[in-house]
Ligand binder design. Structure first.
Ligand SMILES: Cc1cc2nc3c(=O)[nH]c(=O)nc-3n(C[C@H](O)[C@H](O)[C@H](O)COP(=O)(O)OP(=O)(O)OC[C@H]3O[C@@H](n4cnc5c(N)ncnc54)[C@H](O)[C@@H]3O)c2cc1C
Length: 231
């Protein structure tokens, strides 16, 4: 339909250019766009302009073991995903080839170092299964985009500049669904985008934001600890 796709192209800056925008991208090249949708998740930074005032980038982790020993498999008797009532909890499930996938952690000051992630994942695993020590072969971190109220930010930030972000740890379905709703609005096909108007776009507290997130997560862990002690 005449649209152009620029793959492997990093946005560096956005500037107003007449009625549209000039995007400075990889290698200093520029792209002109009439409208811009910022769908940069937890990886976007100051280049996202006004969106950067609303988004907190928060890391979380996954570890995956080698195919695991029969005794652990006996302890985890299901192929369903497992979570529990902890507020700052983890979640896990057996993969079809008998590897265990273990997700945990919420932090703004985390690490991308795979070795440290594997060690931390093992520590978290052993809080639940203290007598087992599977080999975590893989560990990785990913960034998630959160607004302070943990709701998505979808809609116009400034004339022609749109946000499609803030899906936190629940974006696998909600991000694409919201993208369809935004696309409908941009193409003049529906006004379902108005549903998002009820969601405010709060400030992310600037440099204090990450510290506030960290403090809140510590508080959740503390409450989990106290609940567990009470039995
Ligand atoms: C470990 C982990 C486990 C998760 N588990 C689940 C789950 O079980 N269920 C669930 O629903 N959600 C889960 N999530 C959250 C889910 O991945 C996100 O909510 C979802 O990916 C958000 O989609 P998005 O398109 O908004 O952002 P993303 O998927 O993060 O995509 C943003 C894209 O923008 C690109 N980008 C950023 N800045 C620039 C720039 N300047 N120039 C060019 N490109 C840029 C990034 O490279 C990235 O490709 C998990 C996240 C992590 C990290």
């Amino acid at each position: 339909m005449g649209g152009r796709i620029f793959q492997n192209t990093t946005l560096g800056a956005i500037a107003r250019d007449g009625t549209g925008f000039q995007l400075t991208v990889t290698d200093g090249k520029t792209i002109h766009a009439n409208r811009v949708v910022l769908a940069t998740g937890g990886y976007g930074g100051s280049e996202t302009g006004p969106l950067a005032r609303h988004i907190l980038s928060i890391q979380t982790y996954i570890g995956v073991t080698a195919p695991i020993a029969a005794d652990i498999r006996r302890a985890i008797k299901t192929d369903f995903a497992v979570g529990d009532t902890r507020r700052a909890g983890n979640y896990y499930r057996m993969l079809p080839d008998d590897r265990l996938l273990w997700g945990h952690g919420i932090t703004t000051f985390g690490t991308h170092d795979a070795a440290r992630i594997k060690t931390n994942t093992m520590r978290d695993f052993q809080r639940i299964y203290p007598s087992a020590a599977p080999d975590f072969e893989y560990g990785w971190a990913g960034n998630m985009a959160y607004a302070v109220h943990q709701m998505p930010l979808v809609g116009q930030l400034q004339p022609g500049l749109f946000a499609l972000s803030g899906f936190g740890g629940h974006g696998m379905n909600t991000a694409p669904i919201s993208a369809i709703v935004l696309a409908e609005a941009l193409c003049g096909q529906s006004d379902r985008i108005k549903l998002f108007d009820a969601i405010p776009k709060p400030w992310n507290m600037g440099k204090a934001g990450p510290f506030a997130v960290e403090a809140q997560y510590c508080l959740l862990k503390m409450r989990d600890y106290l609940t567990e002690r009470r039995g």
